[in-house]
Structure formats: C-alpha cells, structure tokens
Design a protein around this ligand. Structure first.
Ligand code: SF4
Ligand code: SF4
Ligand code: SF4
Length: 437
C-alpha cells in the first residue's frame, strides 16, 4: 500500500463523520484558518442530512439554514469549495497516536473505482451494469445498480462501485466514455499530523424488524419513517408520490406509530429518541400536502415537543385535521387480498380496538452505529450502556481522551439546532487545543 505522509502542521483538525455536525464544525474551523480533514466512510460528505426532504419546525429543506455563512449554499457544497477543508470520503480512522496538539492519525482511504475528475455523471455505466439490488438510501424501496451515483448534493458528485455487489463483469469499463473506471484500484493508507480530533460519526435508525408485532419486513404496507421520508421527497423512491408498496395504489388511510425502538425495555432502548414526535408531525403534514383527502392517524404515548417553536408547529399540524390517538399498538396484520393493515390497540378508555389502514408508518428511533463503537474502541474510548459515545458530565463535548472531542447523535439522539450548537462547541475546543493558524 502507498504511504504518503501529509503534514499540514498541528493547526490541522481531523473530523471523523461528515454529517451535519461534522460539516458545521469543519466550516467554523476553516473560517478561523485551520486546515480541516473531513473524513467519512460514505462515498460522499453530507451524512443523514441528505435523507431529509425538509426539516421541522420551518419545513425548509434544511441544507442551507445550517450554514454559518451565506444561507444560500448547502453545507456539503460549502465544505467541498472551502480551500481549508479536505474532504476524505470512503475513509476510516485506523489509529490515533500522540497527544493534544501533536496527534498522528493513521487513515485508510478505500477505493471508489471511479476517477472523480473524469466522471461526467453520464450514467452509461449504470445503464449496462447487470447487477440490480435494493437501494439502501431509498430504504430499499427502489432499485440500484452496483455502480451508482451518490445522493443529490453529496460531495464529490461522481459515480462509485459497491464491490460487495459487483461481479467484475467489466461492462461498465467498456461503456465509460471517459475511461474513469478502474476495477483494480486499491486502498491506500496515510498518516495525518493533526492538533485535535472531533468525532461526529452520527447514528443508525432503529431496525424495525426487532419489533415483530408491527410486521416490518413481512407486511409490505408497513414502512419506516425513513422509507416514508424518501417517498415524499421529489428525488426519492417514488418521486414524491405517496404509494402503497404492495400494489402502487395511493393510500388514503395512513397511520403513524410513534416510539418504535424508543422508550422500550423489550429492545433495550429505554431512552426517548427526542426527534420522532416532531418528524412525525412533519411527515403527517407532508402526507396531507401530497394527498389532501388523506385521513391521518398518529398513535402516540404522549407528544414531546420541547424545542423552540415545536409546540406551535405540532398544534398547527393537529389543526389540519390529523387525528392523534393516545394508545399503544399491540399488533399489525395485513389482509392478503386487499393489502389493508389492521392495527390492534387498547383505547384510552381501556377498550380493545381494531382499526384498518392502507399504509402504516413506523416512527423509528435512533441508535448507535456499530462502526462508531468500533472506532471508539480503536482509539481508546468507551461507550455507554446503550453503545453511544461518552462525554464529560460538566464538559459535554470532551471525551475521556484529551484533545479528542465528541459531538452530535454519536452521543445521544438530538435535533438539528442542538447538533449545530454542539458542533460549534466542539470546534471552539478543537481550535483551542490545536496550534493557532
Ligand atoms: S460512464 Fe464513466 S463518466 Fe459516465 S457516469 Fe459512469 S463512470 Fe462516470
Ligand atoms: S463490473 Fe461491476 S459495476 Fe461494472 S458493470 Fe459489471 S457488475 Fe456492474
Ligand atoms: S420523540 Fe416522541 S416518538 Fe420519539 S421516542 Fe420520544 S416520545 Fe417517542
């Protein structure tokens, strides 16, 4: 493997995880003159933000308002354009040696198999690729080839090959008009000298299959909130149209079930995921906009709207005619002919009820990423009982290792405003720890 030492001096900062918090810290540090390495294991920077059609409580797309400077731009694009930020997609932090102000970070850069400068996004490669598999970014509700384009606004905007799916037939190589594809590209390693490190690897959505009573993965008309978000997104799996996966019909009676994989001892997730009440309200409104005669019911234990403007947002959604039922759903079953899904629950008055819907949306909670737990282990950090990263009680972005700061949903579920505030705190600490530019 090639070993290229890169030395930008110890004013450089390494950020591991290029989602919202990582991008926010990167932009603040870059504006202060620090060299920033923005690393992510994904093919592009942007993280989970690229899944979102819009954000609450403003119903804006959210990519522009999180920027600390010109609100016109998307933070992914700003990060890619800033001369002080070096995006490192498809990369992993292997080891971290040294001390605050003088760390040596050993990283691996995994192959993309497509030359970013040469790729013109023509799509000829994907057109001839014989491998089709479920599109993970679209919640597996759309097909994707083994060679594919990252989500819109991800940076760099160039095709990439998933070698776990590729059969190395070579058809894409022959079809590419710019000779951009190299199936033999190898991983490389390099050492970065950095003054401080910020960990912001993000979260994973709860795997709804673990709540077998709702039938996710078995009943076709039970989808997760991530799948629903991509459905109502114009570039998403159904190009913004609401459809039932079983037959492509437009669903009229839609039920949302909250707290799936949160506040639930049976799956070891006793905590509240803090964002799903609000994103359910947002998605319920999106469903009504897409289909004004839809009948929307939200099954909830209680509503937690704690942020600025959240209660007003929820109340305005409620007044649009969305029905909130305070009940815990115990079972879902799908009729084999009609595709309708019957939900069993106990009403607030204690009566057992059964009600039928066309589509069920599970508001899944957030849980720690397995890859983030392994990363913490590799660099000598612990995780809490749930597997989230740990920070000091009175130093909320300081890890147990001096000079390494932790931020965002890596620590616990949180919304965008809290994430942005925390990212700024981590950037300030990292700037103090590294030498001055
Ligand atoms: S055919 Fe080549 S240039 Fe066109 S999208 Fe594929 S890799 Fe890029
Ligand atoms: S080599 Fe891989 S990515 Fe290229 S066309 Fe064949 S299967 Fe698809
Ligand atoms: S935010 Fe709402 S839906 Fe999510 S876990 Fe908390 S109470 Fe349940």
């Amino acid at each position: 493997m090639a070993d290229a030492a890169v030395d930008k001096g110890s004013n450089a900062i390494l950020i591991v995880g290029a989602g919202l918090s990582g991008m926010q810290s990167a932009l603040l540090l870059a504006q202060r003159g620090h060299a920033v390495y923005l690393l992510d294991e994904a093919p592009g920077i942007g993280g989970s933000l690229h899944l979102l059609d819009r954000t609450f409580p403003t119903d804006s797309c959210g990519l522009c308002i999180s920027s600390p400077t010109n609100a016109t731009y998307c933070p992914s694009i700003e990060c890619s354009l800033h001369p002080n930020i070096t995006p490192l997609p498809l990369s992993e932090l292997l080891h971290l040696d040294g001390a605050p102000g003088r760390f040596q970070a050993r990283i691996r850069r995994n192959p993309r198999y497509v030359n970013v400068e040469r790729c013109n996004l023509c799509g000829d490669c994907a057109a001839v690729c014989p491998v089709t598999r479920p599109h993970a970014h679209e919640g597996n509700l759309a097909p994707q080839k083994a060679i594919y384009a990252p989500p819109p606004r991800a940076v760099p905007n160039a095709y990439v090959i998933d070698m776990t799916a590729c059969i190395r037939c070579g058809k894409c190589v022959a079809a590419c008009p710019t000779q951009a594809i190299n199936l033999d590209e190898q991983a490389t390693e390099q050492t970065l000298d950095v003054g401080a490190v910020i960990l912001s690897p993000g979260f994973s959505p709860f795997d709804a299959r673990r709540k077998g009573e709702f039938g996710f993965g078995v009943l076709s008309n039970v989808v997760t909130s991530i799948q629903f978000e991509r459905m109502v997104s114009p570039p998403g799996s159904t190009k913004g149209k609401l459809v039932r996966p079983s037959d492509g019909k437009t669903p009229k009676r839609i039920a949302f079930i909250q707290c799936v994989g949160s506040r639930d001892q049976t799956v070891g997730r006793e905590y509240c995921s803090s964002i799903c009440c609000m994103y359910t309200a947002k998605q319920a409104r999106a469903a009504l906009e897409s289909q004004p005669d839809a009948e929307i019911t939200v099954f909830t234990m209680d509503i937690r709207t704690f942020g600025k403007g959240y209660e007003r947002y929820w109340e305005s959604v409620r007044q649009e005619g969305i029905r909130f039922r305070r009940a815990m759903v115990s079972k879902a079953k799908q009729h084999p002919k009609t595709g309708h899904v019957a939900l069993n629950y106990v009403s607030e008055g204690g009566e057992p009820k059964e009600e039928e819907f066309d589509l069920i949306v599970l508001a899944v909670g957030l849980e720690p990423l397995e890859s983030a737990r392994k990363l913490a282990e590799r660099i000598g950090l612990g995780v809490n009982a749930y597997g989230f990263g740990e920070a000091g009680e009175f130093a909320p972005v300081a890890s147990a290792r001096p000079g390494v700061f932790v931020v965002g949903c890596y620590l616990e579920p949180k919304d965008i405003p809290d994430t942005v505030a925390e990212a700024a705190a981590a950037a300030a600490h990292a700037a103090q720890t590294a030498s001055q530019p």
